[in-house]
Write a protein that binds this ligand. Structure first.
Ligand code: 13P
Length: 283
């Protein structure tokens, strides 16, 4: 069932668990995520970055791929198809027109006023198609060019202003997490997280889920996080297995065997995250 993000994350916020957002990269990845989440009875958000969308052929290809898999594999859990870090109104509009059920507008590089204006424009357009919107504030960096100390932390008043003026469904405030592998210890500001959650009253999103300690994930959920993004963890799990398989089986050339050798590693990682987030057996 392809749905927007609202019900699944509002329920998670109320019941104190987090819905997993897994980034997808290809047909196999999407299939593994859907099958594992179905087995665990967990709702799921399929995150698609602009780079992944280009790699896979485009937004329409992805919408049709996901719809086809849901039907062929008889997937019954709620599935949300979501743009990850959409960088403009035009990108979000294109994804909405193609059939995505949720978008993230990331205008966090701009001033607060400009971020609010762009986000507002996306929300107005998205609401016409019952599409939900996530926005970012402060700036969540990438481990490659940032350390957790150098990111721009979100400020409580700014987050409240953005949420009130734009009517977004979820917000991702930068509070210390980064994308990719952390350089040094990850440090999250839980006090601010709780304060933001209490004032905005909508689900918070935690980006950069790879490399955080289990206790940090659990505390985040208690502080109002209801969606956690995971990308790098699955990529590492998959690529380690595929490299090993190729080394051990140098004569194999069937792509299904090579690509598929990473299947179990991805599935195990997904199940581990679902249990950690507490989203199993919810549907
Ligand atoms: P990681 O790659 O650190 O898991 O972060 C994923 C993410 O936040 C995608 O938006």
């Amino acid at each position: 069932m392809l749905v927007n993000i609202k019900e699944m994350t509002q329920r998670a916020l109320k019941e104190k668990y987090a819905v997993p957002h897994f980034n997808i990269n290809n047909l196999e990845w999407t299939r593994y995520v859907l099958e594992s989440c179905e087995e665990m009875r967990s709702p799921v958000i399929l995150g698609v970055s602009e780079g992944a969308a280009k790699y896979m052929g485009g937004f329409k290809t992805i919408v049709n791929l996901v719809k086809g898999l849901i039907e062929d594999l008889k997937i019954t859990i709620p599935v949300c198809l979501h743009i990850d870090h959409g960088n403009s109104f035009e990108t979000c509009k294109k994804a909405i027109d193609a059939g995505f059920t949720s978008v993230m507008i990331d205008a966090s590089n701009y001033s607060l006023e400009k971020n609010i204006n762009i986000t507002k424009q996306v929300v107005e357009y998205a609401k016409k198609s019952n599409v939900t919107v996530e926005s970012e504030i402060g700036h969540i960096g990438d481990a490659d060019d940032n350390t957790s100390k150098e990111i721009a932390y979100a400020n409580v008043d700014d987050v409240l202003k953005l949420v009130n003026e734009t009517n977004v469904d979820l917000v991702a405030p930068a509070l210390g997490s980064v994308h990719g592998l952390y350089k040094g210890e990850p440090k999250l500001n839980f006090e601010k997280m709780k304060e933001i959650s209490n004032s905005v009253k909508i689900p918070l999103v935690l980006h950069g889920g790879t490399g955080l300690y289990d206790e940090q994930i659990k505390t985040s959920i208690l502080c109002g996080v209801a969606k956690i993004n995971i990308n790098t963890d699955l990529q590492i799990a998959w690529s380690n297995e595929v490299k090993k398989y190729i080394n051990e089986n140098p004569k194999v050339y069937d792509p299904r065997k090579i690509i598929g050798s990473g299947k179990i590693a991805i599935q195990e990682k997904i199940k581990e995250k679902i249990i950690l987030f507490g989203s199993n057996n919810k549907y």
